[in-house]
Unconditional design. Structure first.
Length: 61
């Protein structure tokens, strides 16, 4: 079984877009709070990739 994080992004203009990205990144950072230690290295890698994607998407929007 795989642990999956699904993200749906709807673009917005101005401050709403910035706030949405900040909220998404905050929520991604909290995903590991209840993960057992054995899964943390993979979660850290997945978090890094997801964060990079969200930041690149935000810059392009």
């Amino acid at each position: 079984m795989h642990d999956t994080i699904s993200v749906s992004v709807t673009t917005a203009d101005g401050p709403q877009a910035s706030h949405a990205v900040e909220l998404l990144l905050f929520n991604l950072s909290r995903v590991g709070d209840n993960v057992d230690d054995a899964k943390r290295p993979k979660l850290a890698k997945d978090y890094h990739e997801a964060t990079r994607f969200v930041e690149e998407f935000a810059r392009a929007a």
